[in-house]
Design a protein around this ligand. Structure first.
Ligand SMILES: Cc1cc2nc3c(=O)[nH]c(=O)nc-3n(C[C@H](O)[C@H](O)[C@H](O)COP(=O)(O)O)c2cc1C
Ligand code: SF4
Length: 678
């Protein structure tokens, strides 16, 4: 038996967990009609198959009708959920993993204009900044009703075959009771700590009575809100001891921080550029103070840190949640001593930011996550070995190369630059986005193992390609910045890439016109503002940087606000003209009736890219399919069979930004879904 601390079993009451790694509760927003149907099941089972000890499903399934879903949560208050849960738990257990579910009442952390339009409830009228609803202050009958709802939901989950239930307390109703900041009730549920904890313990008591002793109950709670006047560290230790001493609960899952604002949430679940495992020592302090089973997750993305967490006795079970979205087979690879093959989580937080925009959680560089029914995590071998030539070694080209090589094909990649990475290499110029380079490094490592041939510093043309005698050619040449957006003076502007790459020196008084709204605009702003320059970001949109999304915006704002960058929304840069050594920017508005001017010494335009597609069009006439893609075949997972040109000698495809400006995930998805069927 291995002596790896991570691979030691753990006895949680009657439940034997096969190792020390868990996936903590998270809602990927895959439910259909509030139920965990096929997509949800496939996603969950893949992690069990990959070897994790326990997967905690559902981010906070709702127990009550007045806790309507804010990110497509499961509806644990409906009886019809039981058979769906049963199918999922049976399938997970078959893989040897345990499975629990998180239940919650969101309290004020939701909106009244969802679900049944019932009033949002909380122990005070104060609204939560993130969700904006002004709550109704709970009455006695609400409290009794919700306690019963928790017990009913726990009973449903037990009937569905779950090994246990975890309560999502932090930021949700239970900790809204516990925190002095959000509880304005009088006794018996408000006032003293005893009173503020009463709701939590009443809920556990009601659930325990219903589910009996042979069922795990745990709580995920904040043991330090990190807010003036809130639950502090000393209170957190006291709360932890009281939870333990209640005898109702089997483990503690420790959170540090508060989630009522985007910055608060981002400190609880840190993203790229923020420190790894920032709350691990704190979780260790709770474990030491309580001597009670302690779980914890917060940016422990790599096996070495997870191993340290267990070996140093900081926690009993270590959560690697986003890491498992990136690679569901972490434990299998540890067991097989292939840790270098683990696809690394780069903290891009595309997964989590998407759900707060109403989308499903997708991983920025694993397009199979959440698409297990159609996209493979392990690529099957092809029957016939082909010669595949790929032009471009950005994320799309490298993913195509990796997948084609996994299929067993002979793969050759041409890249004009002297190293791989394309736009990702540029992105990683920013200190805080440096982790992005692992998207490239991991693929290069895999490609080298699989024998892919790379030619860097090579501008491939039709002759270069013909000399390879390919069966398939994939153009992944990306795009070039598109700055021609003005009616006059386009020659006076530079692109955000010019700034980020260092090709153009920042000005001293700069207008950034950003209607792409992605990272590049803010990255350029930060580069420029850090030189001491005056910077204004202008967008015609209602809000700036919409593609960056909520949690990714936090580190930018922390930096840009300090640097005194100004943000102007709903105005459009229309034209520019030279005036001595200055530039006059003519500004209008899509709403009409506005004509303003700015005098600056540099204008930066961030307007996405235009495809670099000359080679594709050059190669079209020599191809069998004349570049055509059958979308029916692509979407049904069948090989491409378009044959429109009897003279053609190869199939030709184009992926990523060489087709149209999109993002890293789209580029990688393009590559995976095409190359897996070649
Ligand atoms: C898409 C997504 C949804 C999440 N939803 C929940 C949730 O509903 N309840 C919860 O307690 N944590 C939720 N989390 C937080 C995770 O459980 C975990 O604490 C967090 O991702 C930090 O751990 P990690 O760095 O290992 O990913 C969510 C995380 C993700 C990525
Ligand atoms: S999107 Fe980023 S943070 Fe989320 S799982 Fe993927 S790599 Fe990790």
């Amino acid at each position: 038996m291995s002596n790896d601390p991570l691979l030691q079993p753990y006895q949680l009451k009657h439940l034997t967990l096969r190792n020390r790694i868990i996936v903590t509760s998270h809602e990927p927003a895959y439910p259909e009609d509030g139920m965990p149907k096929e997509r949800y099941r496939a996603y969950t089972v893949e992690r069990a198959r990959g070897g994790v000890a326990m997967t905690m499903t559902a981010g906070s399934a709702a127990v009550s009708k007045d806790s309507p879903p804010v990110f497509n949560n499961l509806l644990a208050y409906k009886d019809e959920i039981v058979p769906w849960v049963r199918e999922m738990t049976d399938a997970v257990h078959e893989q040897g993993a345990a499975i629990m579910i998180q239940l919650t009442h969101l309290g004020r952390r939701t909106r009244w204009d969802k679900g049944d339009w019932l009033p949002v409830v909380a122990p005070s009228h104060q609204r939560e900044a993130s969700h904006r609803a002004f709550p109704k202050k709970l009455e006695d009958w609400d409290i009794a009703r919700i306690i019963k709802d928790f017990a009913d939901a726990a009973e449903r989950m037990k009937a569905g075959g779950m090994d246990g239930v975890e309560l999502e307390a932090y930021g949700h109703l239970i900790d809204q009771f516990t925190s002095p900041l959000t509880n304005e009730l009088d006794g018996p549920y408000g006032g003293s700590l005893d009173n503020r904890m009463r709701f939590c313990l009443d809920v556990f008591r009601a659930m325990r009575e219903r589910v009996g002793d042979d069922f795990i109950l745990g709580v995920r709670y904040t043991a330090d809100e990190c807010l003036p006047g809130g639950t502090g560290q000393a209170d957190g230790i006291e709360i932890s001891k009281r939870l333990r001493d209640s005898g109702l609960i089997d483990y503690l899952n420790v959170i540090r921080g508060h989630i009522d604002t985007d910055p608060g949430l981002t400190d609880v679940i840190p993203i790229q550029g923020m420190a790894n495992s920032p709350h691990l020592d704190f979780a260790g302090e709770i474990r030491a103070a309580t001597n009670f089973p302690t779980f914890h997750a917060a940016k422990i993305p790599d096996v070495a840190t997870a191993r340290h967490a267990i070996a140093a006795g900081k926690v009993d079970m270590v959560g690697m949640t986003r890491a498992h979205m990136t690679d569901p087979h972490i434990v299998r690879k540890i067991i097989e001593k292939r840790e270098e093959d683990i696809r690394p989580c780069v903290g891009a937080n595309y997964c989590l930011d998407r759900i707060y925009q109403g989308g499903m959680a997708f991983c920025i560089h694993n397009a199979a996550t959440g698409r297990e029914q159609t996209m493979p995590h392990t690529i099957p071998k092809a029957d016939i070995r082909k010669k595949v030539v790929i032009v471009g070694a950005g994320p799309a080209g490298l993913e195509a190369a990796r997948v084609a090589a996994e299929r067993g094909h002979a793969v050759v990649v041409f890249e004009a630059a002297n190293n791989p990475g394309g736009q990702i290499r540029l992105t990683a110029q920013s200190e805080r986005r440096r982790e992005m380079i692992s998207i490239i490094d991991w693929r290069m490592g895999q490609c080298e193992k699989l024998g892919v041939t790379f030619h860097f510093n090579t501008w491939a043309n039709a002759d270069t390609i013909a000399a390879e005698n390919p069966d398939v050619v994939i153009i992944a040449t990306g795009g070039l910045p598109h700055t021609e957006v003005l009616s006059k003076g386009n020659e006076l502007v530079v692109s955000s890439w010019d700034i980020i790459s260092g090709d153009v020196k920042p000005g001293t008084n700069v207008l950034i016109f950003d209607d792409a709204g992605d990272h590049a605009g803010l990255q350029a702003a930060e580069f420029i503002a850090k030189t001491g320059a005056k910077v204004e970001i202008m967008t015609p949109d209602r809000s700036f940087a919409p593609e960056v999304m909520a949690m990714n915006l936090v580190p930018y704002m922390r930096s840009l606000q300090k640097l005194d960058v100004t943000f102007t929304v709903t105005y459009r840069l229309e034209a520019a003209e030279k005036s001595g050594n200055q530039i006059i920017a003519h500004v209008g508005s899509d709403y009409g009736g506005v004509a303003k001017q700015r005098t600056v010494d540099q204008i930066v335009v961030n307007h996405g890219t235009i495809p670099l597609d000359d080679l594709y069009f050059e190669l079209k006439r020599g191809s069998k399919n004349l570049g055509e893609v059958s979308y029916d075949e692509l979407l049904s997972g069948a090989p491409q069979t378009v044959d429109r040109n009897p003279e053609g000698s190869y199939q030709l495809f184009r992926i990523g930004d060489a087709v149209a400006a999109r993002n890293t995930h789209a580029a990688i998805y393009d590559a995976l879904r095409l190359a897996k069927d070649i």
